[in-house]
Every structure is written in structure tokens, then in C-alpha cells.
Write a protein that binds this ligand. Sequence first.
Ligand code: PXP
Length: 247
Amino acid sequence: MSKKLRLGVNIDHVATIRNARGSVYPDPVRAAKLAEEAGADGITAHLREDRRHIRDADIEALHAALSTPLNFEMASTPEMQQIALRHVPHACCIVPEKREELTTEGGLDVAADQARLKEYLAPLVDAGTRVSMFIGHEPRQIEASARVGAQVVELHTGMYCDLHFAGRFEERDAELEALRAGAAYAHELGLEVHAGHGLTYDTVRPIAQIPQIQELNIGHFLIAEAVFMGLGPAVTHMRHLMDATRG
Ligand code: PXP
């Protein structure tokens, strides 16, 4: 088991609140610095095609201000590739993106788009960014991710969290088992394994126990919890739960 489990804090929804009023606050860069001080090992930001939360200027400012790695979430479009190649962030996580969805609803169908993705990723890998595919736990998606040249897969934990909060515990446990098997298989294929989406204090522990997982990316719940306890304490508590599970 990799002992240290890294925490990437997704600060998109600080920008959602800022944009709701067209103001300049709250500032996602300030949130990112606070998260770093509170124990985040990296910052994640998703520049969506419609710029509904993070904007281009935020990416520039984050890149300049961060002392931890930036994980740039992006759809596999030519525009996003250009932006990623301009900044060369530590990591790029390729996500599916639909304008009409509220958040990233499912994993990427890498298996159905292998030739294009292989060509798309090559310049990013050559530039030195670590490329990650946001996928479900299906073996064919894991195998396809290895084939297209990704170094990392991030397993989508959204379904597991939804089933937990719906009280559908048998199905939740089956989903958890499939995530465990997916993490083991990805590791066997030489991929680094991350996970994220929908994680909370209630759902993080079983995921943190999966030995092959090296990083969790968590956003919405931490920003929501910050309303009640402040962002620093919210991040520190998540860090504590993750460390206690691994320790
Ligand atoms: N990982 C990926 C690839 C995502 O798209 C998101 C959501 O932007 C997250 C992690 C974080 O999910 P949440 O905000 O639900 O914690």
C-alpha cells in the first residue's frame, strides 16, 4: 500500500459563488492558498468550455501562485489542449464534458475513442504533464487508458457516493467492490490510480482504504462544509480522515 494518500482540493465552486454575483470575490486563488496551508497536496481546477466557474485568468493566477502541483481538469478539445500546452501544469485530467450537465456525470468512454485520444494526449505527455483519464471502473476503460498513453487513471466515485446517500447499501457495497477491483487492475497495468467525485467525510474512508489509490480529488463537499467551519478546518479534517485510514 502506498502509505501517503495525496489530497487534491478542487476549488471550482469558489468560482461558482463568485460568478453568481459577477463580483471579484470569493477569490479561488485565496481558497487554493488556504487549502494548501491546511494540508492539500495539490489543487484541482476544471476550466469548462462554457467557463461557468473557473476562467482562463484563474488558471494563470493559480499557476503563478501555487506552491503545490496544479491538476488541470479539461475536456479533450483543441482549445483546452492549447491552454494546457501553454501552462504545462503538473497534471491534466481528461474528463467528459456536456454543457447541459451540472457536474461531470460519468466517466470518459476511452475505449470508444482510442485513436483520437492517443493522438490528442501525445503532445501533453511529451510536454511533461502527467495525463490522467477520468473513467469508471470497467476493465475495458482501464485497458484503453493504458493503450492511449495515459500515466494515471482517476476512478469515478460518484455512483458509490450517490448509492450511499440514497441508503442503497447493498448496491453501494457492490460498487465499492468494483472500484477495488478496478484500482487493483489499473495498478497491475502500471497505471497510477486516483479517485474522486462526490466524496464526503461519510464516504471517504472505504475509498482511502483501497491500497493502490494514491490521490483523491475532492471539491464540492469541502467548499460546502467551508460555509459552516471555514475552508482550512474543512480541508484539515478531510486530511485527518485520510491519514487515519492509511495510518
Ligand atoms: N475529479 C474529477 C475528475 C472531477 O471532474 C471532479 C468534479 O469537478 C472531482 C474530482 C471533484 O468532485 P466533487 O466536487 O464532487 O468532490
